[in-house]
Design a protein around this ligand. Sequence first.
Ligand code: NAP
Length: 488
Amino acid sequence: MAVQTREQAVVDRVDKQLYIGGQWREPRSGRRLPVEDPATGEVLCEVADAGPEDGMAALDAAVAAQEEWAQHPPRQRGEVLRRAFEMITDRQEDLALLMTLEMGKPLPEARAEIAYAAEFFRWFAEEAVRIDGRYAVAPDGKGRMLVMRQPVGPCLMITPWNFPLAMGTRKIGPAVAAGCSIVIKPAAETPLSMLALARILEECGLPAGVLNLITTSEAGPVMEPLIKDGRARKLSFTGSTEVGRMLMAQASDQLLRISLELGGNAPFIIFDDADLDSAVEGAVLAKMRNIGEACTAANRFHVAAGVADRFAEKLAGRLSAMKIGRGTEEGVQVGPLINGETRDKVSELVQDALGRGARAVVGARPLDGAGYFYQPTVLDDVPRDARMLKEEIFGPVAPVVGFDSEEEAIAAANDTEFGLVAYVYTSNLKRAFRVIEGLQTGMVGLNQGMVSNPAAPFGGVKHSGIGREGGPEGIHEYLNVKYVAMNV
Ligand code: NAP
């Protein structure tokens, strides 16, 4: 099939309506929401644009499905997920192309995200049958104590555009496994991957009403009434700290359980005893994965003063050799940023650092022409007061800052309100433990530039969020504990 025809066919196959109570339906208003290709700025297609009454219909459907789903045998709940894992894997090529079209990441990275997303279903298919409790004799020997876990109830989920599928599966997987029904709202920029996922879950036998999907251009007006309604008992959000803070306030009305996966400002620390080539390798991955648009992206490189310039040169060599272009083209490693606003923010942060005395080793300019491209950039000698050391860059820009001692490196790494992940490169095991224990983050990558793994608890501390996704911990976000005191 010709390239353009295949792209069109993949987009055409997606249901572009709302999925509520097992029905694909139009929004009450009949409004449509355009979806853009960030590599060209052209509209790919339009999807349903839900209003508040559609949101409420989705919540009604989730509430109606909750009890029966909770009663479903855990094995059956797990098997729906297992079948979906297989189907996503079978359709990896089409799903990857769809994701690249709506989000911009290069095809190999989209394929990797599809695999990563599917793994959450495989993992939680296995966890569904391992929900346990405990039994104990009370300390006084008289009573007995039983602890059981039950689904929290209907869940509200809101996901971002940067990982359009995986941010959904790592919420939907544990909720389905635990026996919870769902209303999910993907980002307005990237609704297509989630719509394709809803169809897959339907085909895999997920009963009507367990998953309800609304796409909308009015996130606030549609979601706030659902959060404040009281029938949903849990809110799980991935996105910016700013929006997360606001949603947490809304969730306090009905005291919903919350999981928040928020912004990051990851330090990447390289000691002079590290293998520098391996650190450069890790840095390329930690910085350039997803075009720098990842919450786990290395946001600042703290490098021992003696090797900082050498590291900056080597990293610049690697970044300048990367091919920039539309993510569907052969060999492209750097796609466009998601929109003009994101590109402008990256430009602004680079200009701010240069204005304060940073030195551009490579890049430092947006690309002219269609799409929202920015050159891979390395800045050396970035001064401490540069905004990019405090704010999330969300683009392909690597600031390098030197340090003189281990204490200084730890203090600089922790000098942020965020606390998602940190990367540490050293060959000294004792130092590795000292530094890891001193870092105020939810995750650490030791001598590796990527931490994401469905079998591990992903999440942050401080302003990076509350709760964990993935790993044995992930399902507990969707289970309440009930303790029974027994007089026997
Ligand atoms: P965002 O603006 O916070 O949007 C995230 C989601 O929230 C979107 O679905 C958005 O809908 C929705 N939203 C926005 N305003 C809302 C409101 N008033 N009420 C309800 N929902 C609302 O974040 P983003 O720019 O898409 O994503 C980037 C951020 O996500 C970064 O900070 C990144 O670090 C973070 N992130 C964190 C993780 C993690 O696991 N910690 C993972 C990935 C991304 P619309 O699309 O309609 O605006």
